[in-house]
Design a protein around this ligand. Structure first.
Ligand code: MRU
Length: 335
């Protein structure tokens, strides 16, 4: 049982843990303002592909509470928050269909229940991913493992225990984790600040490494596997995830290490064939050119701050979903 949570809807408000302050400060913000929720997503106070979608659905419900006329403007506002994680777009599309399907669905309670249902569904999906992934990996190795992970994919990023983190958590429960090497995840430090917070809370052995150390650690520490989450998976299995994932996959291939992606079916984009078509979020250079609250003060430093990259499917050993583990060549069309 976890003793922390990322978001909870209570007393007509969405309460969320401000992830920009972790791990030093555990501060909850409670709001009934849809705009405040949209800002929280943009600022990464709320983040992680499934959690962004959950928060946006609650946000639309609160907008409809004020007036049903707010439905479409709220949908558009949330669509504009972050472009890469597809869960947001998939769920807002499903909510639009639900709203249009029946006049009885066009009120606060109905939209709020839609949000609750998706939140619960994501929790169940995380549980399934964790078990299915851990079964598969236990079958392959059946011994204690050294695992590399990237970014944060736990309870802070989802409605449940997490995706890649969920698999690690379940392996740990089965006493199959020797060490987790968590990449710090420059520039926003989701690995250093958030994954270490969750690994520590759950008493899982871990160390933090700088992203660029991963290849040397693969050589030095007998790494068994890499497991990461996803923000958008194309029909051919190409996967967008936090920047640095692609390098990890190349390094894993060079060192003959298995590379897994864990994600719910809500992270699949059935409209795009390959990763080329994924829109990659570019964030403010300030995130890159600062360390905590101190800025690098040189004027006119040029930077590119892509928040995600795309790993080609041929570098992926398996994609773990709530249904099964897909292995290459990937074909998701019959599920
Ligand atoms: O920018 P972030 O922190 O929202 O990026 C998060 C990731 O890249 C995660 O790996 C992904 O969303 C999966 S979370 C289960």
């Amino acid at each position: 049982m976890l003793d922390y949570f990322s978001i909870k809807f209570m007393n007509g408000k969405l309460c969320f843990l401000d992830q920009t302050k972790l791990p030093d400060v555990e501060e909850f913000i409670c709001t009934d303002s849809p705009e405040r929720i949209a800002l929280a997503i943009e600022r990464l106070e709320i983040r992680g592909a499934p959690l962004i979608a959950i928060a946006a659905l609650y946000g639309v419900a609160l907008a409809v509470k004020a007036s049903e006329k707010n439905f479409y403007p709220a949908i558009e506002r949330f669509k504009s928050t972050r472009p890469t994680a597809v869960n947001l777009f998939n769920e807002l599309r499903d909510l639009e269909r639900f709203f249009e399907e029946d006049i009885k669905n066009q009120n606060y309670e109905a939209v709020l229940n839609f949000a609750f249902d998706y939140h619960k569904k994501d929790e169940r999906y995380c549980e399934n991913i964790s078990k299915i992934g851990a079964d598969y990996i236990e079958n392959l190795f059946n011994r204690k493992l050294n695992i590399i992970t990237h970014c944060n994919t736990g309870a802070l990023a989802t409605g449940g225990i997490g995706t890649a983190f969920g698999v690690i958590y379940e392996l740990h429960r089965r006493n199959l984790v020797n060490m987790v090497f968590a990449c710090e995840t420059r520039p926003f430090l989701q690995g250093l600040r958030l994954t270490s917070f969750e690994l520590k809370k759950n008493k899982i052995n871990h160390v933090i490494i700088v992203d660029s150390l991963a290849s040397f650690i693969m050589k030095k520490e007998k790494i068994d596997l890499v497991i990461v989450g996803a923000d958008r998976i194309a029909k051919n299995g190409d996967t967008a995830n936090k920047v640095g994932t692609y390098s990890l996959a190349i390094n894993a291939r060079y060192h003959n290490i298995l590379f897994f992606v864990a994600a719910p079916s809500t992270t699949f984009d059935n409209e795009i064939q390959e990763g080329e078509n994924i829109k990659i979020e570019e964030r403010s250079p300030d995130e890159l050119l600062s360390f905590g609250s101190s800025k690098v003060l040189f004027n006119q430093i040029n930077s590119i701050n892509y928040s995600f990259d795309v790993t080609p499917s041929d570098l992926i050993s398996g994609i773990i979903t709530e249904k099964k583990v897909y292995t290459p060549p990937f074909d998701f069309s019959y599920d």
